[in-house]
Design a binder for this molecule. Structure first.
Ligand code: ZN
Length: 229
């Protein structure tokens, strides 16, 4: 993007708003009535993983928390507040914790150098996962494949933390909230279900469908699928 990328973004926004109005004249008026998203997405801040765009969904479909390397920490008041609001007030049906390939956070946690500032502290959960799985990770010769494996392990740990949070545990038992651990492949644009998630009270039914305004997500045991309407 050019040096005046901010001005380009503003003009792009104006064009997008005009296009949406043309496509659906009541789109923005409906947005002002409130939100009823069925998915809480917790993902990485990485610019290549914009959840609503890559899910093919629309404003209003996904409630979001993103931070560097999609870390879920019970002592992080920001992610905890988002989870509490999404689960208790919005009553989302799904929490999707998404890691991704080419994650700079995972690569940094695998290097032995210090980044500096608060980043080393922030990435401690990934470094802990690295130490716990040192042997397996060292056995992976390819650097990017090793970073992908650490990103997967980070998602698995995050899902465990999520499932241990009181509000999540309660909603899983009481109304069948589902927690999914997934990995987004930046090179192909697809999401893979890691199977690290745990289904709530609705059992193991296959192919649960979450419909957005112009598409739908299908959560099955073998992975996630998306269809455009
Ligand atoms: Zn990342």
């Amino acid at each position: 993007m050019a040096a005046d990328s901010f001005h380009y973004a503003l003009s792009s926004n104006a064009a997008w708003a005009g296009y949406k109005c043309h496509q659906n004249p009541t789109f923005f008026a409906k947005q002002t009535k409130g939100q009823t998203p069925s998915i809480l997405w917790i993902g990485c801040s990485d610019s290549r993983v914009p959840e609503t765009t890559l899910l093919g969904l629309q404003p209003g479909d996904v409630f979001v928390h993103r931070n560097i390397a999609n870390v879920v920490s019970p002592t992080d008041i920001s992610v905890s507040a988002v989870i509490e609001y999404a689960v208790i007030q919005l009553k989302v049906s799904h929490i999707v914790l998404c890691g991704h390939t080419c994650c700079g956070g995972a690569a940094a946690a695998l290097s032995n150098g210090r980044i500096g500032g608060v980043l080393d502290t922030w990435l401690t959960p990934l470094k802990t996962a690295r130490k716990q799985h040192e042997e397996e990770l060292q056995g992976i010769k390819d650097d990017s494949a090793r970073a992908v494996r650490l990103a997967e392990l980070n998602v698995e740990k995050g899902v465990e933390v999520l499932k241990s949070m009181f509000v999540v545990e309660e909603a899983m038992k009481e109304r069948g909230l589902d927690v999914h651990g997934v990995l987004y492949d930046i090179g192909v644009g697809k999401i893979r279900d890691l199977g690290a998630g745990c289904h709530g009270g609705r059992g193991e039914e296959k192919g649960e469908i979450v419909k957005g305004k112009h598409g739908m997500l299908v959560f099955g045991n073998g992975g996630a699928a998306m269809a455009i309407r």
